[in-house]
Design a protein around this ligand. Structure first.
Ligand SMILES: Cc1cc2nc3c(=O)[nH]c(=O)nc-3n(C[C@H](O)[C@H](O)[C@H](O)COP(=O)(O)OP(=O)(O)OC[C@H]3O[C@@H](n4cnc5c(N)ncnc54)[C@H](O)[C@@H]3O)c2cc1C
Length: 171
C-alpha cells in the first residue's frame, strides 16, 4: 500500500519524500522531468542575510541548522556531496550602503552571521565590479539541487516508486 502520492520532485518533493520515508511512510512520486524547473536551474545559494534592507532570511536561526544537519545525513546516505559550505561575500558599493551594513553587522541578532576573520579584499578586485567593501557572511553556501534530486529519483526508481508522468488536472 502507498501512503502518499507526491506530484513534483523538485527540491520540495525530494525533501518531502526523504522525510516521509524517515517516518516509515511509503511514497510514489511522479514528475514530468522539466529540465527548466527551478530546482534544476537555480544557483542554490543559501544566505542567512538577504535583501536591500539587510534582514535575516526567514527563520534562518531555526531553519539553517536543521537544513545543514539534514543535508549532512543525506550526504552520508548517498555518499555524495550536496551542500557546499562557503562564506558568502556581499559587495558593498557605496558609502551609504557601507554605513547601513556596518550598522546591521553590529546588531545583536545579526552579528553572529558576520565573519570576523580578516581576508585580502584586494585579491577579489580584478574579478568583481568596483566595491567599497566586501562583507563576509558565514553559515552560507550553495546546494547542488540537481545532484540531490537525481539521487532521490534514482533511489525511488530502484524501489519502483517513481514514474515520469505529467499530471493534468481538469475541472
Ligand atoms: C533562476 C533561479 C535561480 C534561483 N536561485 C535560488 C537561490 O540561489 N537560492 C534559493 O534559495 N532559491 C533560488 N531559487 C528558487 C528555488 O530554486 C525554488 O524556490 C525551488 O527550487 C522550488 O522548488 P520546488 O520543488 O518547489 O519546485 P520546482 O523546482 O519547480 O519543482 C517542481 C517539479 O514538479 C514537476 N512538475 C510540475 N508540474 C507537474 C505536473 N503537472 N505533473 C508532473 N510533474 C510536474 C516539475 O518537473 C519539477 O520537477 C531560484 C529560482 C530560479 C528560477
Amino acid at each position: 500500500m502507498i501512503n502518499f502520492l507526491i506530484v513534483g520532485q523538485g527540491i520540495g518533493g525530494s525533501v518531502l519524500t526523504a522525510r516521509l520515508k524517515d517516518f516509515g511512510k511509503s511514497v510514489f512520486v511522479i514528475d514530468k522531468l522539466n529540465p527548466n524547473a527551478s530546482s534544476q536551474v537555480a544557483a542554490g545559494l543559501v544566505n542567512p542575510i538577504t535583501g536591500r534592507r539587510i534582514v535575516k532570511s526567514w527563520m534562518a536561526d531555526t531553519a539553517l541548522p536543521i537544513a545543514f544537519d539534514f543535508y549532512k545525513k543525506a550526504e552520508e546516505k548517498f555518499g555524495q556531496r550536496f551542500f557546499h559550505s562557503v562564506d558568502a561575500l556581499e559587495l558593498v558599493g557605496s558609502v551609504h550602503e557601507l554605513n547601513e551594513w556596518t550598522r546591521r553587522a553590529d546588531e545583536q541578532d545579526l552579528q553572529h552571521y558576520f565573519s570576523q576573520e580578516s581576508f585580502e579584499e584586494a585579491s577579489y578586485r580584478p574579478c568583481l565590479k568596483d566595491f567599497k567593501k566586501l562583507m563576509r557572511i558565514t553559515q552560507s553556501g550553495w546546494m547542488n539541487m540537481p545532484a540531490y534530486t537525481k539521487a532521490i529519483r534514482e533511489s525511488l526508481i530502484s524501489e519502483s516508486a517513481f514514474q515520469m508522468k505529467c499530471l493534468i488536472i481538469r475541472n
